[in-house]
Design a protein around this ligand. Sequence first.
Ligand SMILES: [Ca+2]
Ligand SMILES: [Ca+2]
Ligand SMILES: [Ca+2]
Length: 195
Amino acid sequence: MVSMNITNTTKGELMRKLLAGLVTVMMMLVMNAVVAPAAPIIWIGNGHGYELVSGNDWYIAEASAISNGGHLVTINDAAEQVWLSQNFSQPNLWIGFNDIAQEGNWVWTSGEAASYTNWMVGEPNNANSGEDVAVMNWGGNQWNDLPVSGWTSQGIAEYASAPTPEPATMLLLGTGLAALAGARKLKKQQFAIMI
Ligand SMILES: [Ca+2]
Ligand SMILES: [Ca+2]
Ligand SMILES: [Ca+2]
């Protein structure tokens, strides 16, 4: 029997490692809950991270996205649009599409080519005194051009680089079964992958 080959010393060593791993993971979970903001969710279609950013002004939302290493979302194709609508259901979310520089010439703040649009019928209409920035989830899941402020208070940021597991998390993988289970739980919390 296998158990006969395990000495009291190795059992003790195993227990010590499991306990040490468990304590470390619990400390990390507590620290994570205290210091870490909600992490971006990742679309497996391109590996990019996405999250809501605040801003009742489009420029503030874009600045927030830039400060976190990205831009307001660039919706490159229908697949990305579908995923976004499924995972961000709030109405009227700022996106990076704008015609600020030249009326009628819509560009993305990321600099990516404008290869796809999803305007609601009749939009963009540059209504009232001018509408130069866009939201998604307008009247469902389509786009509308709006003034830069006053209509919504949130946008979606897109980050080209997916978050990577922290080195401390990787080290825990070697500290026993408890550590392994804990690290998986932590990783799942931090990097929820949504299809
Ligand atoms: Ca994109
Ligand atoms: Ca316009
Ligand atoms: Ca409009």
